[in-house]
Design a protein around this ligand. Structure first.
Ligand SMILES: Nc1ncnc2c1ncn2[C@@H]1O[C@H](COP(=O)(O)OP(=O)(O)OP(=O)(O)O)[C@@H](O)[C@H]1O
Ligand SMILES: [Zn+2]
Length: 734
């Protein structure tokens, strides 16, 4: 739905422009040709020209004759009323200054450049004087593509001829060379192509989604389907309905899962590829997608969380796949949850949201239970595939020498898979070789110079790495504290160390380590994942990146090396996170129908822990009920509200002093019914040389938390170089 009549401002009238600079809204004069509300413009600011958005009528009382004029109106679709409304409400919700929001919405290169043109060839109006075989091939390609335009080099390449053949056809008038805009529309996706035949439960879920979308208006549906149940095929039907309505669809995936496999599935369903938006695309593609989203010339976009801030012309559906995934929460500069902002954007645009997961977040589960969201369930795997059988390996009764982590029981299970030519996955959510390096002479643990964190040994890189700031240094041979040589020892395992152990246990097996730090780019990692699903890897050793939605057809065994790792955190989400991670990683096993069923073995010292018991018994609903009960009793989210305040400064006294000052003046919080906890040093008390303190605002569910925090912070001027971030609905407390 577009603005039918956007306000037009005549030349030299007073308009308010939201700039991307900290100044925010400023008044300007409309340019000579006039300008419409929602258009992007370049405006003078001091000696510079900056990007801005025409917000509305100017409000200031600044003398009209002194106002400066808009320099240029950019060649881009105006932002719709709904989109501007979304940006405003997202800014209010996350307490983000509006200029930062505008920056998020304009993250495409060269927006202030006029649309660049490029040379293309199209069919001409003459027949070539002499037909050769090469010339015919070129004309055939044009014919095959229905008379489309091509870059000359691309055409030559597709026809398998040299550039001179294309040139010759142009000079004879059989082809014409013209200038065409660089940013071309995307190929249209065809929603009327037949999808895969669906299983009964898939069909009824798809029907329900289609009906909701056909009805129009806002709604959110939690699509809960066990791992391998075929959620993707179901929400692609929702996409089909949205496309059939002539509206645009956005599918968000955790970045790492933006796999070639997914794009292939979209192409198989709709006959063309969707637009892609993530860190792995080119600048040209980024610019193109941004413009086409605004013009309505891309029907479906698949993206990472920031795709939510594209200026879609008419967004009708947002799918958040693996909605529980922590990568949807951004905790840098602008703190926001793409899942929650999807719901906000949809409610503003009259769109539908589908939250898909085998292990929904507690928030979404509660919202579905209370009727705020609709809920659809897929209870079994697609086809003949069965859910994996689950069992614990009680490490207290296994014969495991120190420095070894693969129990005899687990090793036996891997061996059986090797003999049958099946794949095994050993899961440990720890990068590197060993998390701690200790000096056996003096007890020193090697720490980062800039952070309150231990250095992690990465043996493949032959360096120690700080996982907080990324600093690396060579692995020392002499203890930096006592100077004694040869006494430094690695303590505890990371995936690289498990790989060593696998090498010793199964010298003939082909093992592959999957860990984000071992790949220099998202593309390289994707390739490795594709190679594992098709290739001859016997044993995968991986961190949490293997848990995310991959299909490894030959994988029948998942071994969790340390199931206790996430259980003891003080974080209120420790149980929920552990549960999700183990359920997801176990869900990689036995996905191929007709093949051997999967088995997941959890190594643990606490087989009676509530989380382990819930995983083994498959009583997910009971687990969520218990978690929800505990949160409700404590007034914790989603039954109460939290906001994190994070302060940092190079000088501990400065940050501590300012935090005390804030805490002593917390009247506006108290008046709103909220409590302030802290300040206290953050669990990671120093990062990159900056000391960190945290406070936590806790409030009843209906309390106006954002307004209270804004009132509370407004009168205080932070000292120079102090950073203050507000994290509404925090996921991390570090
Ligand atoms: N209707 C169908 N026809 C044919 N194959 C299907 C159908 N539905 C699902 N599949 C296949 O079943 C497998 C699992 O489907 P999918 O990846 O969508 O599951 P999922 O629910 O997203 O699982 P997870 O949550 O574990 O990622 C895939 O290989 C998919 O191609
Ligand atoms: Zn560091």
């Amino acid at each position: 739905m577009n603005d039918s009549t956007p306000i037009h401002f005549p030349p030299r009238s007073r308009i308010a422009v939201l700039t991307c600079e900290p100044v925010g809204l400023l008044d300007y004069l409309a340019p000579e040709g006039g300008v419409r509300q929602g258009q992007l413009v370049l405006v003078p600011l001091g000696p510079r020209r900056v990007l801005g958005l025409v917000w509305g009528e100017g409000a200031g009382d600044f003398d009209l004759s002194k106002l400066r004029m808009v320099v240029r109106v950019l060649d881009a679709e105006p932002f719709s009323t709904q989109f501007r409304d979304f940006l405003t409400r997202a800014a209010d919700y996350t307490l983000t200054p509006p200029p930062l929001m505008l920056r998020m919405a304009t993250r495409a290169p060269d927006l202030s450049q006029p649309p660049a043109a490029r040379r293309v060839v199209v069919p001409g109006n003459k027949a070539p004087q002499r037909m050769t075989e090469a010339r015919q091939r070129v004309l055939d390609v044009i014919e095959q593509y229905g008379g489309a335009s091509f870059a000359p080099s691309e055409l030559a390449q597709l026809a398998g001829v040299g550039a001179s053949v294309v040139k010759g056809l142009v000079s004879q008038g059989a082809l014409a060379e013209i200038q065409a805009p660089r940013d071309m529309p995307y190929a249209r996706l065809d929603p009327s192509l037949p999808g895969k035949p669906l299983a009964a439960d898939q069909q009824s879920a798809a029907d329900a989604l289609r009906a909701a979308i056909a009805k129009g208006g806002y709604g959110t549906t939690l699509l809960r389907g066990v791992t391998g149940s075929g959620k993707t095929e179901v929400y692609l039907e929702a996409v089909a309905e949205c496309l059939a309505q002539g509206r645009q669809a956005l599918v968000l995936l955790p970045e790492i899962a933006l796999s070639a496999e997914f794009l292939d599935r979209v192409e198989a369903r709709f006959g063309a590829r969707p637009g892609e938006w993530h860190s792995g695309i080119t600048r040209t593609e980024r610019r193109r997608l941004w413009h086409m989203a605004g013009r309505g010339d891309v029907g479906m976009v698949v993206g990472a969380r920031s795709a939510l801030f594209l200026p879609f012309r008419d967004l009708g559906l947002i799918v958040v796949d693996e909605e529980h995934d922590s990568s949807y929460k951004q905790e840098d500069v602008v703190f926001y949850s793409a899942r929650d902002m999807s719901v906000l954007r949809a409610s503003v645009s009259g769109a539908h949201v589908v939250l898909a997961s085998a292990t929904p977040s507690l928030e979404s589960w509660v919202n579905a239970a209370s009727g705020k969201y609709a809920r659809l369930d897929l209870r079994s795997r697609y086809g003949e595939a069965e859910l994996p059988e689950m069992a614990a390996i009680d490490l207290r009764s296994e014969d495991l020498p120190s420095g070894r982590w693969i129990s005899p029981t687990l090793a036996g299970a891997v061996k059986a898979r090797l003999e049958r030519g099946e794949q095994s996955l050993l899961f440990l959510n720890r990068r590197g070789f060993a998390p701690v390096t200790v000096c056996r002479a003096c007890g020193e643990q090697i720490a980062c110079h800039q952070c309150d964190a231990r250095m992690v040994e990465h043996r493949f890189q032959n360096r120690l790495v700080c996982h907080q700031c990324g600093e690396t240094r060579p692995i020392p041979t002499v203890c930096p504290s006592c100077q004694i040589e040869g006494k430094l020892a690695p303590i505890g395992p990371g995936v690289e160390r498990i790989a060593d152990e696998v090498g010793a246990l199964f010298p003939d097996a082909k093992a592959t380590v999957l860990s984000s730090d071992l790949f220099h780019s998202a593309r390289a990692l994707k390739e490795a994942i594709a190679e594992i699903s098709e290739g001859d890897t016997d044993i995968i050793i991986g961190t949490q990146i293997v848990a995310k939605g991959h299909n490894f057809p030959r994988l029948t065994l998942v071994g969790v090396i340390d199931s206790d790792l996430g259980l003891q955190g003080a974080d209120m989400r420790a149980a929920e996170r552990s549960f999700q991670l183990m359920r997801q990683v176990a869900g990689r096993a036995g996905r191929q129908s007709g093949k051997a069923p999967g088995v997941a073995l959890l190594q643990t010292h606490q087989p009676d822990h509530a989380v382990i018991r819930a995983i083994l018994s498959g009583q997910d609903e009971a687990f969520w009920d218990a978690e929800a009960g505990a949160r409700q009793a404590a007034g914790m989210p989603p039954f109460g509200r939290l906001a994190g305040i994070i302060l940092s400064h190079p000088d501990l006294e400065v940050v501590a002093g300012f935090a005390r000052q804030l805490a002593a003046n917390a009247g506006p919080l108290v008046n709103a019914g909220a409590q302030l906890w802290g300040p206290a040093p953050a669990p990671i008390a120093r990062v990159r040389g900056r000391h960190r303190m945290r406070m936590l605002v806790h409030a009843p569910r209906q309390a106006p938390v954002q307004a209270a925090i804004a009132d509370w912070l407004a009168p205080h001027r932070p000292p120079a170089n102090l950073r203050l971030s507000v994290d509404i609905d925090p996921q991390s407390f570090l």
